[in-house]
Design a protein around this ligand. Structure first.
Ligand code: NDP
Ligand code: MG
Length: 421
């Protein structure tokens, strides 16, 4: 007999309604034995930076986790290799032209295959999925996340763009669902850890740390001439290309402020970014009595991923431990929005609300791609985002279809701006 047990947690008053979920077998014999079965996970973005670190954790803890679905975009060879290793029930490739290759390699091994955005969105609804890890890039994360919420699945959310684009809609859907979002982003994981056991009414401010990226000490003139290689050279973190460029422009920090607002229900004026070049303090919470709680750790995503997979619980056996004595100084600075104007998009988008952040996110995806292809300069990422925001249709109280339309329109406009700028 299989059953699921649910625990409710309300002590902190924060949006983590469930502490954990277990799938257990009860074998009735002379004695009763409870055997925990692994949590079955749909890993969306399996071939990427977050996806592969998630699979490391799953592989190290087969008693806790099983990769039930693996999905990727275009790297079919990588996906095939991962599927043969992890033996999921289903492997999905975003690019439909690659399905025959996937099918030929995996179906002889009893692994089902599928392709395209519809398959990606719908795979999360299956009865044998306990948790969905969303680690695709950009707008592509929104649809599967919405399907997962509607199906009542827990979500380990790496894809911050989902909350940037449609945070209010996601929160509305969460209110009507059994689903809970556990943040994977290191800053938001840090904040969730700092909030454990605290009363929501005593939170004064969230302080989101930022490494400052590769251009932290560069002048305006130097930044104007930055090449894709310069921008891809992140000082502390090894990540996918899109988020690495967003870190260099500090658009990533603007997105993280928006993400924090929707995750923790704190108004934007009480969320600030602080530059902390060592990336050891992953974020902080200031309380009404003046206390500031911080979470420290080495810059490595295994910890926040594992914390989210465990529904905000801790694993034993740290990947790497922090030796504070190796760091002579930890420093903190104010961010400079003159050199990094993309940071201002947090305030602009949160003040305007509606589809403003959706338009900026779409423009930014196009602009980052165009910068990487050498079509625009680094400072023009900001220009394309701003021009697109001002030119795009604005819907004040959007439904899902409005986000689809504004995303498509903003991409079209941003592509034109990238050609004409
Ligand atoms: P990567 O570029 O390394 O990986 C992206 C993954 O998504 C790949 O598996 C890619 O497949 C897949 N993918 C992309 N588009 C699609 C699509 N349309 N359909 C299906 N799969 C798709 O990105 P990261 O792992 O760095 O980032 C993933 C998300 O996590 C982003 O939203 C990022 O902001 C967030 N994040 C990342 C952090 C990090 O340390 N990397 C830290 C905090 C947040 P393929 O390669 O086969 O095309
Ligand atoms: Mg982050």
């Amino acid at each position: 007999m299989q059953f699921s047990a649910w625990l409710s947690v309300t002590a902190s008053g924060f949006p983590y309604r469930k502490l954990s979920r277990y799938n257990s077998y009860v074998v009735v014999n002379l004695n009763i034995a409870i055997v925990h079965t692994p949590k079955r996970i749909a890993v969306l973005g399996a071939t990427g930076s977050i996806g592969s670190q998630t699979l490391d954790i799953i592989e190290k803890h087969p008693e806790l986790y099983k990769a039930q679905v693996l999905a990727a975009g275009r790297r079919a060879d990588n996906l095939i290799g991962l599927a043969l290793r992890h033996k999921p029930r289903l492997a999905i490739i975003g690019d439909e032209s690659l399905l025959p290759q996937l099918r030929a390699a995996l179906e002889p091994h009893g692994i089902a295959t599928a392709a395209g955005p519809k398959a990606l969105a719908e795979c999360v609804e299956a009865a044998d999925i306990d948790m969905v890890l969303t680690a695709t890039v950009g707008y592509s994360g929104l649809e599967p996340t919405i399907h997962a919420i509607k199906a009542g699945k827990d979500i380990a959310l790496a894809n911050k763009e989902t909350l940037v684009v449609a945070g209010n809609l996601v929160n509305r859907l969460l209110d009507e669902s059994q689903s809970t979002i556990y943040p994977v982003d290191s800053e938001h994981s840090a904040i969730a850890q700092c909030l454990r056991g605290e009363n929501a009414a005593t939170v004064e401010r969230l302080l989101i740390t930022a490494s400052g990226g590769p251009f932290r000490t560069w002048t305006h003139e130097q930044i104007a001439k930055a090449t894709p290689d310069d921008a891809l050279r992140h000082p502390n973190w090894s990540m996918g290309a899109k988020i690495t460029i967003d870190s260099a422009s500090m658009m990533n920090k603007a997105f993280e402020i928006i993400e924090a607002h929707h995750l923790f229900h704190i108004e934007p004026s009480r969320i600030s970014a602080v530059v902390h070049p060592q990336s050891i303090v992953h974020s902080m919470v200031e309380f009404t009595d003046g206390a500031v709680k911080a979470q420290f750790g080495v810059p490595d995503m295994h910890l926040p991923i594992a914390y989210a997979l465990g529904c905000n619980t801790r694993l034993s056996g740290a990947e790497k431990s922090l030796r504070l004595e190796d760091y002579a100084t930890l420093t903190f600075e104010k961010p400079d929005s003159k050199r990094f104007p993309c940071l201002d998009f947090a305030q602009i988008c949160l003040e305007r609300g509606g589809t403003a952040a959706c338009a900026v996110n779409a423009a930014n995806e196009v602009a980052v791609q165009s910068f990487l292809q050498g079509l625009i300069t680094f400072p023009q990422i900001f220009e394309v985002n701003m021009l697109t925001l001002e030119a795009s249709t604005f819907v004040a109280v959007p439904e899902y279809e409005d986000f689809v339309a504004v995303n498509a329109e903003a991409r079209r406009r941003a592509t034109e701006f990238c050609k004409s700028i």
